[in-house]
Design a protein. Sequence first.
Length: 274
Amino acid sequence: MQLFLTKEINCHVDKNIMTDPFSSHFHMGWLNKLLSAPGKSVSGEFLNSGYQANVVIPNYKQRIAEHYKEFIKGNIDTYCTEAGLPHAFNHFGIVLKFEKPLQLHLHDRDMNMVDSLHPIIKNAGSIIIKNAYLDSEHRSMGHRNRFPQLNFHVDRSEKQPTHYSMYTRNPFDEEQKQPRKSSTLFIASIVGHLQAVKENLISANSAKGNKGSYVIFQKENISELVNNIIIEHAWNEPVNTGEISMLDNITCLHASYYPNIQEKGYKIGVRYVA
C-alpha cells in the first residue's frame, strides 16, 4: 500500500489489477456504522494513519423541517416531491480527518471516482477529507475557481455524467499550502429553495425544481446556521495541509463565504467527476 503514501510517486492504478484501497476500507458497512449513530465518532486506521470520522449535521431532515416550519405544511418529504426537489438527507455531510498526511487515489484519468464515494455522497450529500491530498498523477487536473459570495449554485446538471464536484487544497502549491481566508458552504437543494421562499425570491406555489442558483442568506448570521442547516468547509487546516471535499450537484448547492468581503482568499482547486 506504500504506493498511495509516497509523496511524489506516479501511481496510475488499473482497477483490474489492484483493489481500490479506499473503497476496501470505507465500504457500506463502515458507512452504515457511521450513519446509524450519527452523533458518535468512528475511529480507525487507514494506510498506517489513524483517523476520526463524524457526521457533520445529524438529523438534518428534522432540522430543516423545524427551521422552515412556517413554509412546510405537513410532511417535508411530501413538500420535496411537490416542489420537484430531491428529498432532504436524514444526516448531512461526513468529515474524515487523518492523523498523518495521506496521499489518496480518489479518481482515475477518466474522472471516475473510486467506488465507495458514490454511496457516501448519495447517503450523506457531501464529504470533507482533512489532512489528505490527491495522488501526484491527478493532483494538477481540473481548474481553480473562487465562487461569488453566498451565491448557492450548482456546477453541473444531471444531464452531465460528471455531476460530482471535487474541491481541493494542494499542500505542495506555494499559494494553497497556506490556510484560506474564505470558506465553501454546502446545503441540500431543498434548503436553497426554502430560503428563497422565505426571502420572497420565489413563490412556494409556482416554483418547481432546482433553480440552480440562489443568492440567499445575505441578511442572516451565517455562524448561527453552520452545523445546523449549512455545512462549512473552512479550509483552515495548518500550513502544508491538504484538504478535499466533494458533493453531488443534483442534490446539493454550494457557495463561497467571505467573513471579510475584502479578503476573498485564493482560488480553490475544482474538478468534475463521475
